[in-house]
Design a protein around this ligand. Structure first.
Ligand code: PMP
Length: 372
């Protein structure tokens, strides 16, 4: 018998698992740290979801539909009413959160000798997908105001020749939306070299963008190498169900089918997502309120003298603090959990209910008075 316990893979040693602190809501009741929708389903919608799950439970001895045909159709219909057109079920793929969708993209298209690229500051899971798919990671820089310098971005793509470019719009943690000309330019750049690159526009927060910024879904017919990812975790108020999805050329979905684990979307997940999609208008019904609250939060923070990044999302990045950890801690001590993330000196707050935002503002002012 061998006594040896194998060490972790070299590149994983000493790495802390990713994840925001999950503090007990009984102790820290105002939770504004992971960009959830603060409005849960109504009792009627919850009952309908429970009924659908109950039906699925009667056949839980069987594996679920591996190709989740019904869910792909329902997601395609939803996307065609939400910025897309002509999206068919074969163009849709789903998994346990858009995190899993993007990991699967890298498992299918990344790998040794291949590069994935994004522009920092950006979503901190991206380099982890690349690492886990044994793909080289490269991050360009965003401008001072967190926008993309399009010429520099194009140059970098042409230089690094990534197989996957990850472009969140709006970006996390800055809230910055991407203009459609940026998507077009980078799709053209990534199609101009061998073996070509996929441009993944991560619209996890897409439903929160302000009027006038179109979804990248509109550009799908023009670019075969464009992939648009979405999630039910944010605007759709369904983070607990773990459902993310993408729209792309059917060949992209077929490629992912090679790497996905069999039956990766449980029957319970599929039933939950289908029932939730039937209640889309209600679940998405507070998006406008959240946008208004976001804009009011940005204005308030600026009036109070903070620096604030323009946001098209359901969160706001603000600062700058010489000791951001002390400010974060001061808020926790006052019952408000926000996120210590982004460039040094900045903090991120998710948009909650009006009452939660009042608690946040009071706690922030008190903390800043005490720490300065
Ligand atoms: N993309 C971005 C930019 C995110 O911020 C997040 C979640 N924080 C995700 C993707 C993944 O979300 P989920 O797996 O819940 O769909």
């Amino acid at each position: 018998m061998s006594a040896a316990f194998p060490p972790l893979r070299d590149e994983l040693r000493g790495i802390e698992p990713y994840g925001a602190p999950q503090l007990d809501p009984a102790l820290v009741p105002v939770q504004l740290n992971v960009n959830e929708n603060p409005y849960g389903p109504s009792p009627e919608t919850a009952a309908d979801i429970a009924h659908a799950v109950g039906e699925a439970a009667t056949t839980l001895n069987r594996y679920p539909d591996r190709e989740f045909v019904e869910l792909r159709s329902a997601l395609a219909a939803y996307l065609n009413g939400s910025g897309g057109s002509g999206i068919t079920p074969e163009m849709v793929w789903a998994a346990n959160g858009s995190n899993e969708v993007m990991l699967q993209l890298l498992q299918a298209f990344g790998g040794p000798g291949r590069v994935a690229l994004s522009f920092a500051p950006t979503y901190s899971m991206y380099p982890e997908y690349a690492r886990d798919a044994l793909t080289e990671w490269h991050a360009g820089r965003r401008a001072e105001d967190f926008s993309l310098d399009l010429d520099a971005a194009r140059e970098l793509v042409l230089d690094k020749r990534p197989v996957v470019v990850l472009l969140p719009s709006p970006n996390n943690p800055t809230g910055t939306a991407l203009p459609p000309e940026a998507v077009t330019m980078l799709c053209e750049a990534a199609a101009s070299y061998e073996p070509g690159g996929l441009v993944v526009v991560d619209e996890a927060y897409g439903e929160f963008r302000r009027a006038g910024t179109p979804s990248a879904l509109e550009l799908l017919p023009q670019h075969r190498n464009l992939v648009v990812t979405r999630t039910m975790s944010k605007a759709f108020a369904l983070a607990g169900a773990r459902v993310g999805y993408l729209a792309a050329d059917p060949a992209v979905c077929d490629a992912i089918r090679v790497v996905r684990l069999p039956y990766h979307l449980s029957a319970v997940t599929q039933a939950t997502a289908l029932a939730a999609l039937r209640h889309a208008p209600e679940l998405l019904g507070r998006v406008d309120d959240l946008r208004v609250e976001r804009d009011a939060t940005v204005e308030w923070l600026r009036r109070e003298g903070f620096e604030v990044a323009d946001s098209d999302a359901n969160f706001v990045l603000f600062g700058r603090f010489a000791e951001r950890h002390a400010v974060w801690r001061g808020l926790v001590d006052r019952g408000v959990l926000i996120r210590e993330t982004g460039p040094d000196g900045w903090l991120r707050v998710s948009i909650g209910t009006a009452e939660e935002m009042t608690a946040f503002k009071d706690a922030l002012l008190e903390t800043v008075r005490q720490t300065s």
